[in-house]
Design a protein around this ligand. Structure first.
Ligand code: UDP
Length: 325
């Protein structure tokens, strides 16, 4: 298939592109390179420098006629979204509406979308399945939920078929070591831990140790980016072959606390990784763990690289490789 990957130079996007290529699809990347990296682009692919806030850029890209597109271009820092909601309204919502409109105008009606476990908010039960109530606790999650609703309307009104992939906590790097373009100014846990382990920052903060969890720190379901990438390709094949939309959770079904992650990283890297316990970060639910049964049933997908050792080890290797260059 001919696939446009919007945000394909980014962290998850580049892993998705690699997997699409491995499965024989023809890929063009659309990215404004604001956080995506040139070094994440494969020379075998077409690439378009463009912005999702510029509808003309999108129209130009979609006029090249694609069978499907993957949309991963978004801001994703839950904490920041509580302080700067405007930034998330404009890029995540307005940008996605531009994409939806341009895509249907150019008759590109299969879409794979990066949604998030942040649509759920504080769990009412665990593990979280797809039917769990959606009450986002942060503005980032709210933008993802609204986009899921827009896609459902475009399905009804315009025949768009979409896959909404609700990632739990994406982490890890390409185990083959081909992709190691680090995210700039990361806010996520594992990159912050790695910055300490690699001497790029002195110490880190652990946001809250008074949660109702086994050690008081937040529990998350970390899922390897290579596992997420394979789910994108399977989801694309599902929606195009069945002509049916799909919403699934993608997680490892295993909960890891912040302290457990830091301790495991200390063992793997041999670095002390100094960490201070500080105030809770607004918008953080105590525990998020997925049920990924539906993804297994519909897509024959199961996380394979998402154990803590592979997550940390592949990330540490990417950091060391990137910093050596
Ligand atoms: N976290 C932390 N220190 C950091 C970054 C994150 O304690 O420097 C915690 C955060 O409060 C949350 C977990 O690590 O409980 C995962 O956060 P992240 O931002 O990676 O992902 P999110 O769960 O917000 O999608």
């Amino acid at each position: 298939m001919k696939v446009l990957v919007i945000g394909g130079a980014g962290y998850i996007g580049s892993h998705v592109v690699k997997e699409l290529m491995a499965k024989g699809h023809s890929v063009t990347v659309f990215d404004n390179l604001s956080s995506g990296l040139k070094q994440n682009l494969f020379k075998e692919n077409g690439s378009i420098k463009g912005d999702i806030l510029n509808k003309k850029d999108l129209d130009k890209a979609f006029s090249k006629k694609f069978d499907a597109f993957v949309h991963l271009a978004a801001f994703k820092a839950a904490g920041e979204s509580m302080i700067k909601p405007e930034k998330y309204s404009v890029n995540n919502i307005t940008g996605t509406l531009n994409i939806l409109n341009s895509a249907v105008e150019h008759d590109c009606k299969y879409m794979v979308f990066s949604s998030s476990a942040a649509v759920f908010g504080e769990p009412e039960y665990l593990p979280i399945d797809e039917n769990h109530p959606k009450k986002p606790e942060n503005y980032y999650g709210f933008t993802k939920l609204k986009i899921e609703e827009f896609m459902a309307w475009y399905d009804k009104l315009k025949g768009l078929k979409f896959a909404a992939l609700r990632y739990f906590n994406a982490a890890g790097y390409d185990p083959e070591g081909v992709l190691y373009g680090l995210e700039q100014n990361p806010a996520n846990l594992l990159p912050i831990i790695m910055e300490v382990a690699c001497g790029m920052r002195e110490k880190m903060k652990i946001f809250g140790n008074d949660y109702d969890t086994r050690d008081g720190t937040c529990i998350r379901d970390y899922v390897h980016v290579t596992d997420l990438a394979s789910a994108h390709v399977k989801a694309l094949e599902y929606i195009t072959s069945k002509n049916e939309s799909l919403t699934v959770n993608l997680g490892s079904e295993t909960g890891t606390s912040v302290t457990e992650m830091v301790d495991a990283a200390r063992k793997i890297t041999g670095h002390a990784i100094p960490a201070d316990y500080v105030e809770r970060r607004p918008g953080d639910p105590a525990t998020l763990v997925a049920s990924a049964k539906l993804a297994e049933e519909k897509l024959n997908w199961k996380a394979q690289y998402s154990d803590i050792n592979t997550l940390i080890d592949s990330t540490y290797k990417a950091y060391k490789k990137f910093l050596k260059k």
